[in-house]
Design a protein around this ligand. Structure first.
Ligand code: GDP
Ligand code: IMO
Ligand code: MG
Length: 424
């Protein structure tokens, strides 16, 4: 079986944990989009790993890990990730493959991300400042891009960087009055990075198609979430890649048709980091309760996450555009102790009711959530192993959401550990 795991909200749904569990029965785990803006948490025994670029399968020593063309690779973060695992005795030698066609995030991308956000002031996107937008912009622009395969030819890379940095410095000076950056310094860093990364570089599309022909089981790991999708999310408050299920085929060269099951991951409520419309946001005691109980602070940036009720309008949209087969709902335990829970069943926009998510800032920013309120439960459910042993109100909450989103919720999470996950 080949699976693809994607977030159905604004990221941080618990994809890392779901991928880690599924990886037990997968030969290969593939990261196909996004970059070091992602932070996927995997807990193994007493060890807590925050993976930014390496697939979440990397914590399992037998799993082949692939980073494909759709990812933007920050060599600093990648090498740090490899070394962190190495320190725990987990080696990636011989089981990590990186696409020659993935683009490289360089220091000027991070600088540009920061300068642009600062210049935008209160209109900023609230990016992770990991250089994601500028790197994807260079990819689309073509003339000033560096790909992972370029690390194989250092002489050519040196000349390329000279030309790019000259161009970037003009922009930095003209638009931001910022200090210039040094091409030589960047090249010296690239030389060091090349020594570590070149052994992993390959044609990952060819590798994956051979693996498919050999009937290997492949797990595709999405980053971010459907509502952060550049084309189908809450533009401009999105990331710079197609982070819904629609991005998977282009991100790795494997058609969606070859995936047996698309699994959507959601939280039992909603969170969002960074700016942008968020119709179900609870900027009040309820939001605060969820933030503290669910430890809702960013895995990558440490920023407090904005919290709100479960948004069935938003999740149904992710289900539809992704042809999602089944849903894994995490963090049900976080809702324990709330007297009543609200489920957003529709939006009211300019006096009209709609249940189809408007991926348009002008309309979404006018949306007011319309809710169904259901009773909560008090019990601590973190040790429950079987769905039927959950409090009836918790079971009913899951079933009610299932009806709204028109997709089966087949997995439920009641805590961050592998063992705190039940299949229905
Ligand atoms: P990802 O980006 O989708 O992989 O998610 P993150 O790792 O950024 O954030 C999810 C957080 O929730 C992590 O701290 C996980 O350890 C934690 N987590 C995952 N599933 C559950 C769950 O069912 N209950 C609780 N309480 N925490 C969970
Ligand atoms: P994972 O994979 C949550 C958000 C940022 C910001 C917007 C644009 O861990 O779910 P970017 O740096 O990508 O240009 O920022 O997207 N964002 C995420 N939010 N989880 C993520 O990844 C995210 N990756 C980007 O907070 O609002
Ligand atoms: Mg995350």
């Amino acid at each position: 079986m080949n699976y693809c795991v994607v977030g159905l909200q604004w990221g941080d749904e618990g994809k890392g944990k779901v991928v880690d569990i599924l990886a037990e029965n997968s030969d290969i785990v593939v990261r196909y989009g996004g970059g070091a803006n992602a932070g996927h948490t995997v807990i193994v025994g007493d060890n807590r790993f925050a993976l930014h670029l390496l697939p979440s399968g990397s914590v399992r020593p037998q799993t082949i890990c692939v980073i494909t063309n759709g990812v933007v690779v920050d060599p600093d973060v990648l090498i740090k990730g490899i070394d962190t695992l190495g320190e725990k005795g987990i080696s990636l030698d011989g089981r990590l493959l990186i696409s020659e066609n993935a683009h490289v995030v360089l220091p000027y991308h991070k600088k540009e991300d920061q300068l642009r956000e600062e210049a935008l002031g209160k209109n900023k996107i609230g990016t992770t400042i990991r250089g994601i937008g500028p790197c994807y912009a260079d990819k689309v622009g073509r003339s000033y891009a560096v790909r992972v395969g370029d690390l194989r030819d250092l002489e050519r890379l040196k000349a390329k960087l000279q030309k790019i940095v000259e161009h970037k410095n003009k922009i930095f000076a003209a638009l931001y009055g910022a200090e210039s950056i040094d091409a030589g310094e960047i090249f010296e860093k690239c030389k060091l990075h090349a020594q570590r990364i070149v052994p992993f570089i390959t044609d990952t599309t060819e590798f994956l198609h051979k693996a498919i022909a050999e009937d290997k089981s492949i797990l595709f790991e999405g980053a971010q979430g459907s509502l952060l999708d550049l084309d189908h999310g809450t533009f401009p408050f999105v990331t710079s890649s197609n982070s819904s299920a629609l991005g998977m085929p282009a991100g790795c060269g494997v058609p969606a048709k070859l995936v047996d099951e698309f699994i959507g991951v959601v939280k039992a409520y909603t969170t969002r980091v960074g700016a942008g419309p968020f119709p179900v946001e609870q900027d009040n005691e309820t939001g605060q309760y969820i933030r503290e109980k669910g430890n809702e602070y960013g895995t990558t940036t440490g920023r407090p996450r904005r919290c709100g009720w479960f948004d069935a309008v938003a999740v149904s949209y992710g289900v539809k555009i992704g042809a999602i087969d089944s849903v894994a709902m995490m963090h049900l335990d976080t809702l324990s102790g709330l007297k009543e829970l609200s489920i957003c069943r529709a939006y009211e926009i300019n006096g009209k009711e709609t249940s189809f998510f408007p991926a348009n800032d002008d309309r979404l920013s006018q949306a007011k959530g319309l809710y169904e309120t259901v009773p909560g439960w008090d019990e601590d459910i973190t040790e429950v192993k079987d769905f039927k042993d959950l409090p009836v109100n918790a079971q009913d909450y899951v079933r009610r959401i299932e009806e709204y989103i028109a997709a089966p919720i087949t997995t439920v999470g009641v805590g961050p550990k592998r063992s705190q996950t039940m299949n229905r």
